[in-house]
Design a protein around this ligand. Structure first.
Ligand code: HEC
Length: 163
């Protein structure tokens, strides 16, 4: 069976490249969401090679919402304190299944309208692999925000709740 592995160095380089345009922002960056695995799991998606988001988001990702973010999913408007986590895992396709592998990165969006006013009221950050200290965003989140601006009408959040 063919096995598909992700090259983490390519992911890292691409995330940094995406994150390095835009103006720098002095706001304090978001903290690591230590408890996110206990939050509400909202959805999952597998991004394969060839998808427009494949670099840097190829892999299996799960999206989690804390209680404040879960509330905002109902009407598309988020209170300060809302946090989403984007858990990106490598995968392999042995035995005709797509199975979770190592964590490639953990991304977050943290709503704080005052602190992150330059990026729609959301602070963006990502940590490399399983690291809780190796930060990947170096432009105050401007690169992340440039893409999330596509969904201004939902307060910059792509994810929607399904019943
Ligand atoms: C090229 C466009 C693009 C860029 C750049 C981007 N994102 Fe996203 N992001 C998306 C899309 C599309 C989704 C929805 C994925 C899904 O439906 O599963 C998403 C989802 C998310 C979510 C879950 C909440 C939501 O909006 O659905 C978080 C958290 C997140 N991204 C963080 C980041 C961070 C941090 C960065 C910068 C390192 C970043 N994103 C850069 C397109 C992008």
């Amino acid at each position: 069976m063919p096995t598909s592995r992700i090259n983490i160095r390519v992911i890292t380089a691409t995330v940094i490249a995406i994150a390095s345009f835009g103006t720098a922002d002095a706001a304090e960056p978001p903290a690591y969401p230590a408890d996110y695995r206990n939050w509400t799991h909202v959805k999952s998606m597998v991004i394969h090679p060839g998808h427009p988001l494949a670099e840097p988001f190829q892999g299996i990702h799960h999206i989690y919402a804390n209680a404040a973010a879960r509330g905002g999913l109902a009407n598309g408007s988020y209170a300060d304190g809302a946090v989403f986590a984007f858990d990106l895992l490598e995968y392999d396709t042995a035995d005709n299944a797509s199975s979770e592998g190592e964590r490639a990165l953990l991304g977050v969006m943290v709503k704080d309208s005052g602190r992150y006013s330059e990026t729609g009221g959301w602070g963006f950050e990502a940590w490399q692999g399983d690291s809780r200290t190796e930060r990947m965003v170096n432009d105050g989140g401007a690169g992340c925000f440039s893409c999330h601006q596509d969904v201004t009408e939902r307060d910059y959040v792509f994810t929607q709740w399904r019943n």
